[in-house]
Design a protein around this ligand. Structure first.
Ligand SMILES: Cc1cc2nc3c(=O)[nH]c(=O)nc-3n(C[C@H](O)[C@H](O)[C@H](O)COP(=O)(O)OP(=O)(O)OC[C@H]3O[C@@H](n4cnc5c(N)ncnc54)[C@H](O)[C@@H]3O)c2cc1C
Length: 484
């Protein structure tokens, strides 16, 4: 039987498509692929059967969730040989165990619906990011997503206790354990998380839940230098400990750009290009109400001693939401309106951030005079979105021609300061070729061996993360037969 007929038999005519589909292009429009078929299985067993059928026809499988990833990792190549696997029908909340503080969800669940299910049970699922209305748990785990609450709760990996995975041979690993302690050998779960669909297909996950904070205290802070923001973060950690849930930084020029391109609405005053701003939030879990006093006291003391240049405390929920909206949406919206803005998702030890920024300021001024650093990011996690817009009077075309030189400069400087060239967005296609430069040969060799062990026929999302080193469907172990 040919592949399409086999797939139709597995998922039914209504869930098999051929031809065009929005999922063939990534959300930034940078990558476009072609496929033999687009399938939407309705159960884990159907996913496994689809994978087995694809393997027998040597058709690579590209799994896609909400298609909000930023590295081209969910876009099939243009060979037309792949099958695009959509998990939107795997969208059930399977169980919520309030006593164990866990929720078990299928991989196609939209992140926001998982947050809502937790809220309905009086709990918190703390993964939170700008794309939460359309990204899926499968994609969050596939990319080990971070977001705005990593400082307090960790990234997607830290929030996961168990997985159900369809392997590259189409077998099902039932690993949905809700255990916080389980030292029974190699941690398979951690291999699949962050593997961007190249090692297995996550069909469900058991995730950690937390108590819901009863109150938030939020402030917008201004600093005259990034070193002051880093020093204050250290102080905030010392004084507020686990109550500190967010510490997001925004470069002055990024807010000036928002004011110019959109409006300064919601900002307490006109932003200054020479400042750094931070959105800081603490959460209170008990009923004591004591945190408010501690919050204001620490801010007051550090305003007095000059570490903080200015402080605005959110007066109500509306103001708090407006500031988060500024950080999570409006900065990116403004940058989309400036053609030629070059984006980077990088991380550093927090202590190395001031030296990195200072080195970059000098190098950028020398090589690309007038270029504006419009960075922002999760300072508490050492994660910067170190974006650079063209000089105000430059034409976007000539600046775009410098894109690879600027990216190279940023990544070399990051590497020299002990950082990572991908903090939370992954590797996909966009950063694949950088790995050879920034990973040690032994790391790359181990990664390649893991791929060979889990996907010996190179059927899952070939060419992503690691460069393809064999044709899909061809065994990478000499002497091993292809499955049929
Ligand atoms: C506005 C916006 C804000 C963002 N903010 C953040 C942020 O703060 N932090 C952050 O980390 N990221 C952020 N991102 C990017 C982030 O990676 C994605 O939003 C999200 O985690 C990807 O989920 P998705 O369902 O869209 O995955 P997709 O884009 O569909 O896929 C991403 C990768 O995961 C793989 N994958 C998908 N489903 C599965 C599965 N079931 N099993 C195995 N692999 C799978 C795909 O093959 C692909 O390699 C943002 C993106 C946008 C557009």
């Amino acid at each position: 039987m040919n592949l399409l007929a086999q797939l139709e038999q597995i998922v039914g005519t209504a869930h098999l498509e051929v031809g065009g589909h929005p999922g063939l292009t990534d959300m930034r429009g940078a990558y476009r692929g072609q496929v033999q078929a687009i399938v939407s299985p309705g159960s884990t067993e159907e996913v496994a059967a689809v994978v087995r059928a694809c393997v027998s026809h040597q058709a690579p499988v590209v799994v896609q969730g909400g298609n909000t990833g930023l590295m081209g990792a969910a876009t099939p190549d243009d060979s037309g040989r792949s099958v695009l696997l959509l998990l939107s029908r795997l969208n059930r909340i399977r169980a919520l165990d309030a006593e164990n503080d866990t929720i078990t969800v299928e991989a196609g669940c939209i992140l926001q619906s998982v947050q809502q299910a937790a809220e309905d049970a009086g709990r918190l699922f703390p993964l939170s990011l700008g794309a939460e209305g359309s990204c899926t748990i499968g994609g969050n785990l596939g990319t080990n997503a971070g977001g705005t609450e990593v400082l307090r709760y960790g990234n997607a990996r830290d929030l996961t206790l168990g997985l159900e995975v369809v392997t590259a041979e189409g077998k099902v690993w039932h690993g949905l354990r809700g255990l916080r302690k389980d030292n029974t050998g190699y941690d398979l779960r951690d291999l699949f998380i962050g593997s961007e669909g190249t090692l297995g297909i996550i069909t469900a996950a058991t995730l950690k839940l937390y108590p819901r904070p009863v109150r938030f205290y939020t402030a917008l802070l201004a600093f005259s230098a990034i070193q002051h923001a880093v020093d204050f973060l250290s102080e905030a950690r010392r004084c507020w400990a686990a109550a500190l849930t967010g510490f997001e930084v925004m470069a002055g020029p990024a807010l000036v750009q928002v004011a110019e391109m959109l409006s300064a609405q919601g900002m307490p005053e006109a932003p200054q290009a020479g400042y750094w701003y931070a959105l800081v939030e603490v959460s209170e879990y008990g009923v004591s109400g004591q945190l408010e006093g501690a919050f204001e006291q620490v801010l007051g003391e550090n305003l007095e001693n000059g570490l903080l240049t200015d402080v605005w405390i959110a007066q109500n929920e509306e103001q708090r939401h407006a500031w988060w909206h500024l950080r999570e949406q409006r900065i990116s919206e403004a940058q989309r309106l400036v053609p030629g803005t070059i984006k980077h998702d990088v991380s550093l030890p927090v202590s190395a951030i001031p030296a990195f920024i200072s080195a970059m300021e000098q190098k950028t001024a020398a090589a690309f005079p007038g270029a504006r650093m419009v960075g922002f990011g999760h300072l508490g996690d050492g994660n910067l979105h170190y974006n650079i817009s063209p000089p105000a009077d430059a034409d976007a075309g000539s600046f775009a021609a410098c894109k690879s030189a600027i990216q190279h400069l940023v990544h070399e400087t990051i590497h020299a300061h002990g950082g990572s060239v991908s903090a939370e967005h992954g590797i996909g296609l966009a950063k694949r070729d950088m790995l050879a430069r920034y990973k040690q040969p032994v790391e790359l060799e181990l990664m390649r061996r893991i791929k060979m062990a889990l996907d010996p026929l190179n059927m899952l999302n070939p060419g992503k993360v690691l460069p393809a080193w064999s044709e899909p469907g061809t065994s990478i172990f000499p002497g091993t037969k292809e499955s049929s």
